[in-house]
Design a protein. Sequence first.
Length: 353
Amino acid sequence: APVELDERYDDSFNIGAAVEPYQLKGKSAQVLKKHYNSIVAENVMKPINIQPEEGKFNFEEADKIVKFAEENDMDLRFHTLIWHSQVPDWFFLDKEGKPMVDETDPEKREENKQLLLERVRTHVKTVVTRYKDVVDSWDVVNEAVADVASPETDGLRDSTWYQLTGTDYIKVAFETAREYGGEDANLYINDYNTEVSQKRENLYNLVKGLLAEGVPIDGVGHQAHVQIGWPSIDDIRTSFEMFSSLGLDNQVTELDVSLYGWPPSGKYNTYEEIVNSEENILEAQADRYDQLFNLYEELDADISSVTFWGIADNHTWLDDRATQYSDDGLGKDAPFVFDPNYKLKPAYWAIID
Ligand code: XIL
């Protein structure tokens, strides 16, 4: 009988999956219960869904995921308290409904900044208070770092958050999460391309500076939206080691292994084409998974959880990308270890053995 993924890695780290509420029944739920011991919401815990209008919190969909985690004794990651994307516009409108970024008067800019930070406090306080007993790790801030060298923003993403508050939105988010989540709350800063030298340096400098100021960060979430040939295992290793050296935990938070480079070619339009590909692409993907999990196991003292950004190849955000960039408006990716019918792929056997 096939070995359960979470059991296979029981001595090392959790195995998680990102889910939409509709996946909590039927076959996907069965596979979730069998192979995973942690879940995270793919979308429904993002600010746009949790607080679509100021003061109007909507926990209905989020609660379904919380309930499933509790009923099945799974860990729960919370994704995400603060992000520049999937955040409702009202956060950045002043009291008159004008975009805060348009304000030029220094006094009013300061007022706007305080209003925005107050909104961060309210959002974080409300969500953390509600879920503190059920959430095991929090993505407090997502994608705060720039992809390139950017001295003018100290290596930070030039988001509206940054333009209006500098790094204060990050500090306030973590401090509020600690205040209402307590000492036991595990607080992460999450980002993609944390393996890429310039970006990981930007992230490292940010985190090091914040820690020196006493900002309560417990770990780094590495999204790990990777490809078969990229990034190198050495770069991935270096990244984990850099953050461990700061005394931080690491989590792999959004793992998927795309069949494509960047931008994705949308070379395969159907799963059948993938399975029958001349280059045996699913075997190449299996080798890649083998390398990744060998590394994770080797560094397991520094990694507390590995979460896939989905369950099986029938539901992946990468399909949208493959489709978007393809010439013919079609595109299929297949980033996971279960196929669209939840059958075991070569990649599954690669990480079990
Ligand atoms: C993605 C979801 O998978 C999609 O369904 C949604 O349309 C957009 O967001 N980095 C993140 C995740 O932190 O929240 C993103 O999730 C993928 C990239």
